[in-house]
Design a binder for this molecule. Structure first.
Ligand SMILES: NC(=O)C1=CN([C@@H]2O[C@H](COP(=O)(O)OP(=O)(O)OC[C@H]3O[C@@H](n4cnc5c(N)ncnc54)[C@H](OP(=O)(O)O)[C@@H]3O)[C@@H](O)[C@H]2O)[C@@H](O)CC1
Ligand SMILES: Nc1ncnc2c1ncn2[C@@H]1O[C@H](COP(=O)(O)OP(=O)(O)O)[C@@H](O)[C@H]1O
Length: 463
């Protein structure tokens, strides 16, 4: 609570210098954070008043006493008291409800939240502690919640701050890392968000003597009549992510769209994959437009034990138990629902929990794709925000699969490849969207991967 309140006070003075703070303290620990923040504001020389509800929470009561001991003023919180004090020179700090909120919202609190949102509309910005009051931490929905301008969240990103209409209530989100016991973030539904500098640090660096045989050999397995473009987009993604040699293996004839790709048609793809007499690549991506029989093909490839990206038609529930630590599974919410035997809304309502459940079921690393995407491995959860709504178009995921296979083939572990890959993909989408906007195509994104790579390298000057 001490670290949380202090981090909030620091952010408040950075984001809203010169404003008098009105801190609204609820009865739980979230309210305690508000009392601590008020005390630190006072120490920083910033004017602060606390409007508080009664509390039975021992730490919150203790921090209310400490606030009083340093001369802090507390008044009873009512909608009228709030409306009287808030104006365009104040900033409101929302410490009413945090992760302990149990819906439905009681009418008294609903009145306070309505008064707070009304004050914001009249010019007093709002900083929420941990999450805007009235949001359920685990869910993507928002009913009668606070609308914040900034949310200082503690330890890690909660689902409500990332997904669906709830995320729009949070404004700019700042994560305040707290010193917590190891494993806490794994046990709680929170996620980290690696920065570009951190991701740039794990990008592979090539010697001047590199040649196509050392730059990563990727196989793409996919394609079926009607979905012949999917493996080609994956192949393009792999090429643009630096793979030295990319071969597309397909059970159907594919047009030679990109001459850098080696394209092989197999009358019997299953027999080819089962054969032992061919040299194997460094990494495989399979499933893109692969059509019927994909699970059987996937089992054959998984038996090789190579770093493998499983996407699209290869994301079948019967493959659970056939994976290995080098597998990277890349479902979108519809495919995730199929894998877990639930409905798609069950996935989109609680994406962090869904990503964790998928990783437990499948092993290896899971990327639950979307805006934002979630990466789950045995270290925990991370999210990649960014990208562009123009990326909501067919083939985007195929390009990502090829990109991921290229990173695996260049020596990244599956967790690293997932975290770097989703960020590179999103960054490439942001770059391409400057030209194409909502008309963005997967090919455009692939062509920006080199630029995105350079952006991450610049973010990490040591590279
Ligand atoms: N975990 C950690 O390590 C850390 C946690 N930290 C902080 O703790 C926060 C969680 O604190 P928490 O668990 O005390 O719950 P909290 O969000 O204050 O809510 C409880 C209060 O809300 C009330 N209330 C509930 N439902 C209601 C409703 N429907 N309608 C109206 N009222 C309702 C409930 O009332 P009661 O049921 O008791 O009458 C009680 O007064 C977390 O978000 C973060 O800020 C940080 O200090 C850093 C370290
Ligand atoms: N609104 C969005 N914001 C950011 N990224 C998005 C958005 N919509 C889609 N994407 C990204 O585009 C890709 C779509 O993948 P997928 O649905 O598998 O496409 P496809 O099956 O057509 O290849 C994912 O990587 C996803 O994260």
């Amino acid at each position: 609570m001490e670290e949380a309140g202090r981090a909030a006070a620091d952010e408040l003075t950075r984001a809203f210098p010169g404003r008098a703070a009105l801190l609204l303290a609820g009865g739980g620990a979230n309210g305690g954070d508000a009392f601590v923040a008020a005390r630190h504001l006072l120490a920083l020389g910033a004017p602060a008043t606390v409007l508080a509800l009664p509390s039975r929470h021992p730490l919150t009561r203790a921090n209310r006493r400490r606030w009083r001991a340093v001369g802090g003023q507390t008044v009873a919180l009512t909608p009228a008291a709030l409306s009287r004090r808030a104006d365009a020179s104040t900033v409101l700090v929302d410490g009413l409800l945090g992760t302990g909120f149990q819906p439905p919202l009681r009418p008294a609190l609903a009145g306070v939240i309505a008064a707070l949102n009304a004050a914001r509309a009249l010019g007093s910005p709002v900083l929420s502690l941990d999450l805007p009051s009235g949001l359920e931490a685990e869910l993507a929905g928002a009913d009668q919640s606070v609308q914040a301008d900034v949310t200082v969240t503690f330890s890690g990103l909660k689902p409500a701050l990332l997904f669906g209409p709830a995320a729009a209530r949070a404004g700019r989100v700042v994560v305040a890392p707290l010193r917590l016991p190891p494993g806490w973030a794994l046990a709680e539904a929170v996620a980290t968000q690696p920065g570009d500098a951190e991701l740039g640090a794990v990008l592979p660096v090539r010697g001047a003597d590199a040649h196509k045989g050392t730059a990563g050999r990727v196989w793409i397995v996919g394609g079926h009549p009607g979905t012949a473009g999917a493996p080609l987009l994956a192949g393009l993604g792999a090429l643009r992510a630096g793979a030295g040699l990319v071969t597309v293996h397909s059970g159907t004839e594919l047009p030679l769209l990109y001459p850098e790709l080696m394209v092989r048609h197999h009358a019997n793809l299953g027999a080819f994959l089962a054969a032992e007499d061919h040299a194997r690549p460094d990494a495989v991506a399979l499933g893109m437009g692969l059509g019927p029989g994909a699970a059987g093909h996937a089992r054959r490839v998984l038996a090789w034990g190579l770093p493998t990206v499983l996407d699209a038609d290869a994301l079948q529930p019967e493959l659970a138990g056939h994976g290995h630590a080098g597998c990277l599974w890349t479902p979108h919410p519809g495919e995730a629902a199929r894998l877990l035997g639930v409905g798609t809304p069950d996935i989109t309502r609680e994406p962090l929990a869904a990503a964790r459940a998928l990783q437990t079921r499948l092993g290896g690393v899971v990327i639950l794709k979307g805006g934002p995407s979630v990466v789950a491995d045995d270290q925990g959860l991370s999210v990649s925000r960014g990208g562009h709504p123009g990326m909501a178009s067919g083939g985007m995921g195929d390009t990502l699969s090829g990109l991921l296979a290229a990173l695996l083939a260049q020596g990244l572990g599956p967790g690293e490849a997932a975290r770097v890959g989703v960020r590179l993909h999103a960054r490439a989408g942001e770059r391409a969207a400057r030209v194409f906007g909502y008309g963005l195509g997967a090919t455009d994104v692939a062509h920006e991967l080199g630029g995105a790579w350079a952006d991450l390298r610049v973010a990490h000057p040591g590279n």
